[in-house]
Write a protein that binds this ligand. Structure first.
Ligand SMILES: C[S@@+](CC[C@H](N)C(=O)[O-])C[C@H]1O[C@@H](n2cnc3c(N)ncnc32)[C@H](O)[C@@H]1O
Length: 207
């Protein structure tokens, strides 16, 4: 266990139930690894909602004085899009179109309350993002779009830009209520890539 990360997680409240402390630990531990290894590139989170995980990513970047790395967050700020067939299952009916709606203003307010510098915020649907909206080089990416299309689109935008040794973390990987997440990963990578799972997080390191 990385004591400093545990301390960071335990010193601040989680502002929503969208991630638990175990999963957050896995995300931050992997971010820490990438920073410690000096993997070049910026940081991105696809599906930031009210900023529960974003705030901790910003705290860690600040703690490590990583001022030259940009942190980009992406969200519709209109909640979830419609499910596709790949997202349907016998559970997970609470994940419906328009759920998890929060405003960009609320996200910004949460940063101000925490006294943290804002990340670069991209409001819009992932499918409408272009190459210009994503940094040319990424060191770490957190995918948290919940649905098949959202994960697939954010993968298309981020994986080609991830540096060698960079890490992709995927929330809700293999979660029964969100079957589209793992299906999008399998569709994109086939069996060519190794995905490790810790807590609810899928982890892929760029070879
Ligand atoms: C589970 S929440 C993210 C939670 C956040 N990472 C946290 O730790 O608090 C999923 C978010 O993804 C956004 N989202 C899902 N699919 C999207 C898409 N295709 N385009 C834009 N935003 C999307 C939703 O609006 C929602 O805010």
């Amino acid at each position: 266990m990385h004591k400093e990360i545990l301390k960071l997680i335990n010193s601040h409240a989680l502002i929503s139930d969208q991630i638990d402390r175990r999963s957050l630990y896995v995300v931050l531990e992997n971010l820490e690894k990438v920073l410690a290894n000096g993997v070049p590139g910026d940081i991105a989170e696809f599906g930031c909602y009210s900023g529960t995980t974003s705030l901790f990513i910003s705290r860690l970047l600040l703690k490590r004085a990583e001022h030259s790395r940009q942190f980009h967050v992406y969200d519709s700020f209109e909640g979830l899009p419609a499910k596709s067939n790949e997202d349907e299952g016998s559970v997970g009916h609470e994940f419906q179109e328009g759920k998890l709606q929060v405003s960009k203003k609320d996200f910004i307010r949460n940063y101000h309350k925490a006294g943290l510098p804002l990340p670069i915020i991209h409001k819009g649907w992932f499918e409408d993002l272009t190459d210009q909206d994503v940094p040319g080089k990424l060191a770490f990416t957190f995918l948290d779009g919940d649905f098949y299309d959202s994960i697939y689109q954010s993968l298309q935008l981020s994986w080609p830009r991830l540096s060698r040794g960079g890490v992709l973390c995927i929330d809700d990987y293999m979660r029964e209520a969100l079957p589209g997440v793992a299906k999008a990963i399998s569709k994109y990578f086939g069996t060519e890539i190794k995905t490790i799972k810790h807590a609810n997080i899928g982890i892929i390191t760029k070879p």
